[in-house]
Ligand binder design. Structure first.
Ligand code: MCA
Ligand code: AMP
Length: 504
């Protein structure tokens, strides 16, 4: 029996000495090198006592081994659960215990902080750093460089990615083999990726964009990636002459445009620039075309669904739109109250259905039922319309979500902590337009009677509990929050009041 995801992404390259990863030290790892390392790590996972279906949580910096562990998990039928290295021990604790992970692999520098986390959750802990050092690396060292490929079916789980909610805790989105493979196939065809492509890969690999879109597409196509630890615009510009394509969040494109060395000449040979994860401003799209002659291809997706829509490869790529539903994805815009499909041109909630749509939230049947209809339609919570040319436009969010530099920040997660701080009666966290990050979180605090909250001390407390990218870029103290007649805090009023906060 086969393992469809492993066979298509990895197995097809067994023994191939074709280039896969161009690394910052100037070396190139072939597909065969990569798969041998992945198999060695797979054998180490088995040595840790893991069995098919077990979850493996990974919180390490972007590296070859981090990616090889993804391949290792797919090969052995383990569920891969990558975590942002920016998460605090408190955040990791939730993910490990909620997922029931049997193993947590972390950077050696975080081992002391995370040991109690693993122990409380009944998970084993191993360490691994970007230079392949640590207890897990030691365990893998002498193991064989081939490993058994465990048979899997399309509906079997391949990965969990946690996504926050407007209320309550994060939810583990269960991604099946079919979810990942169908989307990779569709995108590879649509965007015409082949073994001749070289992708500039500067995205993190713990989210859908960098892992399932960028990496899966390149693996399926058989191309190579210039594998960079993070976004460094100078490095991106230096590497561009050897590449054919780039995938990034809008901040990648605004930062490139801010760089004097980013010229039309530099991009002439490039085949494709793709943007997603957050809205690309029409002005960025236009400025990019004016500078380079390339029209950025914008697409739209979600953790729960992978990619849903894309601007066309051959047809017009329209600024301010996310294009058409993918060939194997159905999309409709519905009335949020009745669920009825709205006529073309009317704004409603975007719903999608297809093989890309996840299996549900791990052990949260009510939350799954609230967003995933019995007939397979997933309610995205994004507000949009289908315009007169059939392009999907996202006009807002029904969900209270801030997207900062492509990272999601759920205001509720901050507000529950802020409400408990000394001198704070209540709080509201809003997203404010930000030139570099698209949106940045700002906390508005209503003071308790006769008290003066200390923003600096409050930010410090937040930083011990939440990843730093979630921390407000500004804290504003007010006497009271604006409310409507129903008594609900009017975040739209706050957003309008503070819209110019980050304007120069
Ligand atoms: C870093 N920091 C941030 C962000 N990133 N603050 C707010 N928003 C951010 N996105 C903070 C750090 O905590 C640190 O704070 C300081 O900025 C510098 O950190 P550094 O790592 O140097 O930041 P950077 O290089 O400026 O990073 C910005 C970035 C990066 C390049 C935009 O965040 C990034 O690569 N974002 C991509 C995220 C992504 O892949 N999203 C896809 C999700 P301090 O100095 O206080 O310590 S998947 C998805 O959304 C769906 C499925 C889809 O459609 O793709
Ligand atoms: P996440 O669940 O973290 O993957 O974030 C998914 C959300 O990012 C979507 O629900 C949208 O709100 C947003 N998003 C992704 N791509 C785009 C895009 N091209 N334009 C606007 N919003 C986007």
């Amino acid at each position: 029996m086969a393992n469809p995801l492993y066979d298509a992404l990895f197995g097809q390259h067994t023994g191939q000495s074709t280039p896969f990863l161009h690394l910052p030290d100037g070396t190139t790892l072939t597909h065969a090198d990569f798969l041998e390392r992945a198999a060695q790590l797979a054998n180490a996972l088995i040595k840790c006592g893991l069995a098919t279906g077990d979850r493996v949580a990974l919180q390490i910096e972007k590296s070859v081994d981090a990616l090889a562990l993804y391949a290792a998990c797919v090969q052995r039928g383990l569920v891969f659960l990558p975590l942002n290295p920016a998460y605090t021990a408190a955040e990791v604790s939730y993910f490990v215990s909620n997922s029931g992970a049997r193993l947590l692999i972390c950077d050696p520098v975080n081992a002391d902080a995370l040991r109690p986390v693993a122990s409380d959750a009944g998970a084993r802990i191993e360490t691994l750093d970007t230079a392949a050092r640590g207890s897990f690396a030691t365990l893998a060292k002498e193991l064989p460089t081939t490993s058994e490929t465990v048979p899997r079916e399309g509906d079997d789980l391949a990965a969990f990615l946690y996504t926050s909610g407007t209320t309550g805790r994060s939810k583990g989105a269960m991604m099946t083999q079919t979810n990942l493979l169908s989307n990779a196939r569709t995108l590879t065809d649509l965007w015409q990726f082949t073994e001749r492509d070289v992708l500039l890969h500067a995205l993190p690999i713990f989210h859908t964009h960098g892992l399932f879109v960028a990496t899966n597409v390149m693996l399926l196509a058989g191309g190579a990636m210039v594998f960079m630890p993070k976004l460094d615009v100078d490095a991106l510009i230096t590497a561009m002459p050897r590449a054919t394509a780039l995938m990034g969040v809008p901040t990648f494109y605004t930062r490139l445009l801010d760089h004097a060395d980013f010229t039309s000449e530099l991009t002439r040979h490039m085949r494709l620039f793709i943007s997603g994860s957050a809205p690309l401003l029409a002005e960025t799209h236009k400025a990019f075309e004016a500078r380079t002659g390339h029209r950025i291809l914008e697409r739209y997706g979600m953790t729960e669904t992978n990619m849903n829509t894309s601007n066309p490869y051959d047809g017009p790529r329209r600024a301010g739109t996310v294009g058409f539903a993918l060939p194997d994805v159905e999309l409709k815009v519905t009335n949020p109250d009745t669920g009825k499909t709205l006529p073309q041109g009317e704004i409603g909630v975007i719903e999608v259905r297809g093989p890309n749509v996840f299996k549900g939230y791990w052990q949260m049947p009510e939350k799954t039922a609230a967003e995933l209809r019995p007939d397979g339609w997933f309610i995205t919570g994004d507000l949009g319309l289908i315009d007169d040319l059939g392009y999907v436009q996202i006009v807002g969010r029904g969900k209270d979500l801030i997207i900062s530099g492509g990272y999601n920040i759920y205001p509720k997660e901050l507000e529950v902590i802020l409400d408990d701080q000394p001198g704070v009666l209540e709080s509201a966290v809003i997203g404010v337009p930000h030139g570099d990050l698209g949106e940045a979180p700002v906390a508005v605090l209503a003071r308790a009677k006769g008290q003066d909250p200390d923003p600096e001390a409050i930010l410090k407390t937040l930083g011990t509990q939440l990843a730093r990218f979630k921390c407000p870029r500004k804290v504003i103290v007010v006497d009271e929050l604006p409310r409507n007649t129903m008594g609900k805090v009017q975040k739209n009023v706050l957003r309008a009041d503070h819209a110019d906060l980050f304007k120069a």
